[in-house]
Design a protein around this ligand. Structure first.
Ligand code: ADP
Ligand code: MG
Length: 829
């Protein structure tokens, strides 16, 4: 929310000013004030709306509590706004903004603390506490990066530094075992073939000296926890060592990754190292993409895919080794895998189980796996200087770009590359654009800057670019999501820029609402990020937050996903594995029981389980689809409404997210018109997506047609792939592929069958209220219905930016709700 609003302020400033280089920075104070006023207005609207919506309706206890809670917050915020006219404090993380009740208790604690009365001293100087603390921590060791002297020497660069950022060096992260670093001389390796070079590179990895010891440990123990610094070679080497030692003769060696890109990229690397074609002996499997064959013996896959493999092969009989990699990430699927693999290891003594992690909380893994031994790979890392900003940065994206340019022009090229952590594709693209804009026209005044983005949806052929060696005289700047934190290691990084945020799913078990939020990272993450700069030599990390923020505001560790997510999908998978007693499942950290119940409630509403919590026939069919239960339900219901052909196209289009249309800067009007074509007749976003897909199909999947309509051909191809697979799955659950292109009501009813919990009703003030768990929401401006505002709508998902937005919206007849989900909605009398 906070970042979202900053982003909005930033963007509207960008419109006011003509060049990105002259962006005016909105002061934090200005922005906080604006935001609090807005929040206040929203809350008031909320409360008024509620009274309107609930006129004559009996409220449940939970709904009453909800209302009381809102009123309470309203009063607090109001009081706060009145009081804080002239205080300008900085707060991060802003727990109240973490909608979705990640941690209700904490949220309240922070909220309460915020509203306490300031002491007399604080009133005079709200920064006093922070300043005193920083003074104490830092002493006088102040180092200004890009110092004033530099300006005299390089007048040419003055304009770049208009909004220079001052950093203070506050700490040094010590290096470890740096003397081990025995990289071969350049001449030596140049003489070798690429393959020989790869082989000798393998031997320089920190894990190599421990190869025999590791193999011995795997031989001696069934379960082994492996810990080693990121980049030490766990992911790429261990499966190869096991293969070389003969484990692949008894079955596949499987290695799970929390991220798709990591699975693909690591598999590609390992296939090169083994000198085989990707997809043959070495392959990968990610959702909707299986790049393996009969021959595959080393298989990288997302943790979610291994979970799905359990459905077809409950004892994983075809595997001799399972390595649950990046265990420290504690993704939902990884956490569930822990329970499942622990269980099968008991009755499959021949199965080897490796749990590998980049951080040192290995004790916890060891304890969970019945005191499995821990194998530590001594890492090597050069010392890293940590720099903090002197004052909080209101606009971290801009600050990150400025810092990258500062580094680029003040440090000799060839001295090291830059890695910037951003939260997602949108931010990365924006940063790329700003960087290009600012360096344009500088020609030879600065060294070449190669911009390499990396995020989950980046096309495969572009992913390899980040690993290409930087040409002499140039510098690479990698703009990455969290993926570069531990999953991927990019050699040659010397500078890390860390704005301190990541995108995180948050879930409110009270309302069942899930949102993707930009959230402050944990201390553990911040240190992982910093460590990325010290792999090949001493590094520097620039944190775009203050030392005070780091020590006082960041959590120590990231909350495991299982405790902050919607569990419906997992519960459905576990149920179809025959695991019924979820409350007693062997979780490493159990999810809140409220979230489990909510998941069961949703599955019951979708008729995937009966009232005893047992899987129904529909539930069994739904579990076949690698999709969220609401999407699977929509597909299963399309059987009844005789429109499965259309519905799987819609499901495929929804699955690729919002990367279908594009708007080139110079042709925005054309692009918007092309898009409006598909929305003709206010058909709603789902049908518009269907129209895009079927029109493309009619042109025989023409690329030209995509260009003409400002549609991303790559996304469409992906949609086609997904659709093909869904078609295959239809057959498996014995649903016939029935086209029914002209019966819009049937299509909409099938959608409603899956998404009825996501219905919303127009309010008299023009915003919407979700029906089941009342909350104020808006139609996303990108929707074809944003201006139309039908009285009743159904939405695909909520996204939280400046407001809580509904994305992909379709009009609904309210009587459908009662017809389709009579157990969920009743008519008011
Ligand atoms: P860990 O799993 O311990 O973090 P990895 O096995 O991922 O370590 O990485 C070992 C080395 O392999 C690193 O130096 C990394 O740069 C290199 N590497 C990994 N994937 C690729 C790739 N796709 N292309 C080039 N190098 C890679
Ligand atoms: Mg790894």
């Amino acid at each position: 929310t906070k970042k979202g609003e900053e982003e909005a302020i930033r963007r509207s400033n960008a419109l006011e000013n003509d060049g990105i280089g002259t962006l005016r920075k909105v002061s934090r104070q200005e922005y906080l004030k604006k935001r609090e006023q807005k929040k206040l207005e929203e809350l008031r609207d909320d409360i008024e709306d509620e009274q309107y919506l609930f006129e004559g309706v009996k409220l449940t206890e939970a709904e009453k509590r909800d209302q009381r809670y809102k009123k309470e917050i309203y009063e607090l915020v109001k009081k706060r706004t009145e009081e804080s006219e002239d205080t300008n404090e900085y707060r991060i993380p802003d727990a109240y903004d973490m909608e979705g009740g990640v941690n209700q208790e904490k949220r309240f604690a922070v909220a309460m603390q915020r509203y306490r009365d300031p002491t007399a001293e604080e009133k005079m100087n709200p920064f006093a506490e922070q300043e005193a603390w920083e003074e104490h921590q830092i002493g006088k060791a102040t180092l200004k990066f890009g110092s004033k002297n530099r300006k005299e020497k390089h007048d040419d660069f003055d304009f770049v530094f208009e909004d220079q950022i001052e950093f203070i060096q506050a700490a040094v992260m010590d290096g470890v075992n740096v003397e081990q670093n025995s990289i071969e001389s350049v001449e030596e390796s140049a003489a070798k073939s690429a393959f020989e070079k790869l082989q000798s590179d393998r031997k320089t990895l920190p894990i190599y000296p421990y190869r025999e010891e590791l193999l011995q440990a795997v031989h001696d123990h069934q379960v082994l926890v492996i810990v080693g610094e990121t980049g030490s070679g766990k992911t790429t080497q261990i499966p190869q060592y096991l293969h070389e030692a003969g484990y692949s003769q008894r079955g596949k060696i499987g290695c799970t990754q929390p991220r798709r890109v990591a699975a693909m990229s690591v598999a590609a690397r390992v296939s090169q190292e083994m000198g085989v074609k990707l997809g043959h002996e070495v392959g990968y499997s990610i959702r909707f993409e299986d790049c393996t064959s009969e021959k595959t013996i080393v298989k990288y896959m997302t943790d979610g895919m291994l979970l799905r493999e359990f459905l077809g092969e409950p004892d994983l009989a075809s595997y001799s080794v399972v390595m649950v990699d990046e265990a420290h990430e504690r993704t939902l699927s990884t956490d569930i895998l822990f329970g499942l693999v622990k269980d099968i290891a008991r009755f499959r003594p021949d199965l080897k189980l490796l749990i590998s992690s980049a951080t040192l909380d290995a004790e916890k893994f060891s304890d969970y796996f019945d005191s499995a031994p821990i194998f530590k790979i001594p890492g090597r890392r050069f010392p890293v200087d940590i720099h903090y900003t002197k004052a909080p940065e209101a606009d971290y994206l801009d600050a990150a770009v400025v810092t990258a340019l500062q580094i680029h022009v003040t440090q000799p090229p060839g001295d090291g590359d830059i890695l910037v952590f951003l939260t997602g594709q949108e931010e990365i693209e924006m940063a790329e654009e700003i960087l290009k804009h600012r360096t344009r026209g500088l020609g030879t005044k600065i060294a070449e800057l190669i911009i390499c983005p990396i995020y989950a949806n980046l096309p495969t052929e572009l992913q390899a670019k980040i690993f290409e060696p930087t040409p002499e005289g140039a510098r690479k700047v990698v703009l990455a999501t969290n993926i570069a934190e531990t999953s991927l290691t990019i050699d040659g990084i010397k500078y890390v820029i860390d704005p301190g945020f990541c995108k995180m799913k948050s879930y409110n078990p009270r309302t069942g609402m899930e949102s993707l939020l930009v959230t402050p990272i944990s201390k553990a993450s911040a240190n992982q990020r910093a460590g990325r700069s010290g792999r090949t030599g001493p590094g520097k990390c620039f944190r775009l937050y203050t030392a005070y923020n780091y020590y006082n505001d960041l959590d120590d560790n990231t909350i495991p996903e299982i405790q902050r997510t919607n569990l419906a999908n997992v519960v459905l998978s576990l149920k179809s594995l025959g695991i019924n007693d979820l409350l007693n499942f062997d979780f490493m950290d159990p999810p809140p029981s409220e979230a489990l119940l909510k998941a069961l409630e949703l599955l019951y509403a979708l008729s995937a389980v009966n009232k005893h919590g047992e899987l129904t026939k529909a539930g069994r069919r739904m579990a076949e689809f690698p999709l969220d239960p609401m999407l699977s339900k929509m597909i299963v219901a399309s059987d009844k409404y005789q429109c499965s052909d259309e519905i799987i196209s819609i499901a495929a289009m929804l699955s690729i997210g919002n990367s279908i249309f594009y708007r080139p800067k110079d042709k925005q009007v054309h692009a918007d018109n092309a898009r409006l074509n598909f929305h003709m007749g206010n058909v709603g976003d789902h049908i518009a997506l269907l129209k895009v897909y079927s029109s493309w199909k009619e042109t025989n999947f023409s690329t030209q047609w995509c260009y003409e309509n400002y549609i991303q051909v790559r996304s469409m191809k992906r949609a086609r792939d997904i659709r093909d697979q869904l078609e295959g799955l239809l057959e498996r659950v014995e649903i016939e592929l029935t086209p029914n292109p002209n019966d819009m009501d049937s299509i909409k009813k099938a959608i409603t069958s899956g998404f009825f919990p996501h219905s919303a009703r127009l309010q008299k003030n023009g915003s919407y209220r979700t029906v089941k768990h009342p909350q104020t929401v808006q139609i996303h401006p990108s929707s074809g219905l944003a201006q139309v505002r039908p009285r009743w709508v159904i939405y695909h998902e909520l996204v939280l930016t400046t407001k809580e937005y509904m994305r992909q919206v379709t009009e609904l007849k309210p009587e459908w709700l009662v017809e389709i989900a009579p157990h969920y909605y009743q008519l008011k009398d």
